[in-house]
Design a protein around this ligand. Structure first.
Ligand code: BGC
Length: 725
């Protein structure tokens, strides 16, 4: 370890130079082998075994995750000592001293775990999403993490796909805005600050369309749907300054994303002007061979770098073949330089050259959950709960009589953290059992949690039963797809028996996806959807059931009637023969079932009622560069405080290609005390009606459009507006 860090000898260390100048100075010094090294990311680097590789500049980044489907596998945690030791080889032992970039999936929290992303989407709350990402970054940097692979922005319309749990739902606008908030939270105001992480938008693009909801499967989608739907949230976060984008495992109409030159290079980099790093997914470059489009790893490396993929995650194809591909003239040096420039730009922007090592924890950086992080986790969990039905049984009285808490999640902690938790710990979780015991003491009856006959018989002795059912965290996430949307085996049978006893029944459902909850809604007096709420699961649920906090989440995905109804989403486009209204069951699309979903996008109840005034429009005509204001006054007409999420949907009435019958365009969170009113104001611009036409040209049509304002996609007041020429 003989090299020096003196800026005199290493001019790229001079912080008064611009990042671009520093990148240029460094790039000029690099050999081809060193450049290729930067494009190579390996997993779980070992400071001893990999010392030589690091010191010859053969590696640019290391990913700490337990395996290729790390979202459901636990590991020993990040070892900051090992990170520092590996970094020392890079900074002090390599010729140019370029620091390594350490990555880890910090998806919905680090040590403190917030609700799964789909649940965060149910909050519709950008400030909250930003705050949780910020707190996660604060915790993760202490462990030496510099780069996270979040937010996940795959438009999710198929609940069979286990990864919907990681997503921000089915709306491009909701996902795009919440994703941008998360990017700001992770990267902070100043990405070079000690508390900032680099963010990564994934999985570019169309992964949510994997055939049959089967993870990693193929995708057939037209360019128009890609442009008008799937690419949009990615564009939002690119505009928000996300530092990296990850390619998806899938192919699009036969072209694997890791070799998709049009989408990676021409759209993302050239058209959108993205200056960050395009990273492959785990082994994705090598999988071009498995996908049958590359003869071998060398061919795979060539195709991927031509397509614009800058960093190869864990396949080793770039490390093994890129140098020779350049020497043979098959890959131009300019292409490698472009990839390396992006990687160095990210490292410099993150301040890695100034702060390559993990700093000792200080009072500001406490890895275990703190009172402040727990408070945030409780608020986030409370905001994500969606009340699906309630015949008046909720909120429970502070003294509810004898309350039986039952079901497989009674004393669970870890199971409620959700998928993609590498560092959160089950023992940090306040379980539902603990939270109810703290509230009710002796009045609480609990069964053994096995949901057995004995437990069922206890229902007879209880005044009210709260059943905790649904999915264990390991039933969703990567490679965790299901072929029916039923509750896990046996749970509905037990619920039927409990309900058959005729006593008051509240059901709390944990899940990482929309399930077929039709039968549960019929059986229960109230159903609360809790998703996987994270570290503060128990207290948040107790707060909601006892009415300390009114449930305030709204569904970010449609809940279809059954698996046979898939696909269905809130942005259905008009067919030549429209689907008959839900009120017309006779003429539905299916002979054997109603067509419409059980629960529409945007749906969620409160403990109070809201009344909407008639819609007001500042004008019915909008100039091409103009804005009109659509507003509505909302009054809390009930006796409890509550939040209404007022939603604005738009429809272009005549367009060059079919456009959604309704598309979420904006929303407002109104927290109202009993009797209070507030006005939701939505500035509407023609750009919100813009789309790509038959020639893939972006356009805004003059002519008529519809606005709808209401509490969910299936209800609202409609008004006509027009874009003038
Ligand atoms: C997943 C990515 C993840 C990566 C690294 C892959 O299997 O698809 O979402 O970021 O692993 O852990």
């Amino acid at each position: 370890m003989t090299n020096t860090n003196a800026p005199g000898e290493r001019p790229w260390l001079k912080t008064d130079l611009s990042v671009e100048d520093r990148v240029g100075l460094l790039l000029d010094q690099m050999t081809l082998a060193e450049k290729v090294g930067q494009t190579h990311q390996s997993a779980n680097i070992d400071p001893e075994a990999d010392a030589d590789l690091i010191e010859r500049g053969g590696i640019g980044s290391s990913l700490y995750a337990s395996g290729a489907t790390g979202g459901n596998e636990r590991d020993g945690g990040v070892l900051s000592d090992a990170i520092n030791a590996a970094q020392r080889h890079a900074v002090e032992g390599s010729r140019l001293g370029i620091p390594l970039l350490f990555a880890r999936d910090v998806i919905h929290g680090h040590r403190t775990v917030y609700p799964i992303p789909l649940a965060m989407a149910a909050t519709w709350d950008e400030e909250l999403a930003l705050a949780c990402a910020r707190m996660a970054a604060n915790e993760a940097v202490v462990d030496g993490v510099a780069w996270t692979f979040a937010p996940m922005l795959d438009i999710s319309e198929d609940p069979r796909w286990g990864r919907v749990a990681e997503s921000l739902g089915e709306s491009p606008v909701l996902a795009g805005r919440l994703g941008a908030a998360m990017v700001k939270g992770f990267q902070g105001e100043d990405p070079s600050a000690a508390t900032s992480l680099g963010a990564c938008a994934k999985h570019f693009v169309g992964y949510g369309l994997a055939a049959g909801g089967r993870d990693y499967d193929t995708v057939s989608v037209g360019q128009n749907t890609l442009r008008n739907l799937h690419l949009r949230p990615f564009k939002s976060v690119v505009d928000a300054g996300v530092m990296s984008v990850m390619a998806a495992f899938i192919d699009i109409d036969g072209v694997p994303m890791h070799a998709h030159r049009h989408l990676l290079r021409e759209v993302l980099k050239d058209e959108w002007g993205f200056k960050g790093v395009v990273v492959g997914d785990w082994g994705g470059v090598g999988q071009l061979v498995d996908q049958g489009v590359a003869t071998d790893l060398r061919d795979a490396a060539s195709q991927a770098i031509h397509a614009g993929l800058d960093m190869d995650m864990c396949s080793g194809a770039y490390a093994a073949h890129l140098e020779e591909l350049v020497q043979s003239g098959e890959v131009g040096m300019g292409m490698v330089d472009d990839a390396v420039r992006r990687i160095l730009r990210m490292k410099l922007s993150l301040g890695l050259f100034e702060r390559p090592y993990v700093e000792a924890p200080t009072a500001a950086f406490i890895p275990a959950p703190t009172p402040a992080s727990r408070e945030l986790a409780r608020d986030a969990a409370a905001s994500s709960l969606v009340l699906l039905s309630n015949n008046g049984i909720l909120p429970l009285a502070a003294d509810p009589g004898r309350l039986l808490l039952t079901g497989p999640f009674l004393d669970e902690g870890d199971a409620l953290l959700g998928t993609w938790v590498l560092d959160g710990r089950g023992e940090d979780v306040a379980s539902p059992g603990a939270a109810f015991r703290a509230r009710l003491g002796d009045q609480l009856m609990v069964d053994d949690g096995r949901f057995s006959d004995v437990g069922i018989s206890m229902v007879r002795h209880a005044d009210v039963t709260v059943a905790l059912v649904g999915e264990h965290r390991s039933r969703s996430g990567e490679d965790r797809c299901i072929s029916t949307l039923d509750l896990p085996a046996g749970q509905l049978d037990v619920l039927r028996e409990i309900a058959g006893l005729g006593k008051p029944l509240v059901v709390v459902v944990f899940s990482g996806r929309p399930l077929d909850l039709g039968p549960v809604l019929e059986l229960a007096d109230a159903v609360l959807l809790a998703w996987h709420p994270g570290t503060e699961s128990g207290p948040a649920i107790a707060d909601a059931l006892f009415g300390d906090v009114a449930p305030r989440g709204r569904l970010p995905m449609t809940f279809p009637r059954s698996v046979g109804h898939l696909p269905w989403s809130s942005h259905q486009r008009p067919a030549g023969r429209p689907i008959p209204a839900a009120s017309d069951p006779v003429h539905g699309r299916y002979l054997d079932a109603l067509t419409q979903p059980v629960l529409p996008f945007g749906f969620g109840l409160s403990y109070t009622t809201f009344e909407y005034s008639p819609l007001t429009l500042s004008s019915t005509e909008m100039a091409p560069d103009g804005t009109i204001e659509v507003s509505v006054m909302v009054t809390n007409t009930g006796s409890r405080a509550g939040r209404e999420i007022v939603q604005l949907y738009l429809r272009d009435l005549v367009s060059d290609v079919t456009r959604p019958l309704q598309e979420l365009a904006d929303w407002a969170l109104l927290d109202l005390e009993p009797g209070a009113s507030a006005v939701a104001r939505f500035p509407v611009t023609p750009a919100q009606l813009g789309y790509y036409d038959r020639t893939m040209t972006y356009r805004i049509d003059p002519g008529d459009a519809e606005v709808m304002v209401g509490p969910d996609v299936s209800h609202g007041q409609v008004a006509r507006i027009a874009v003038t020429t």
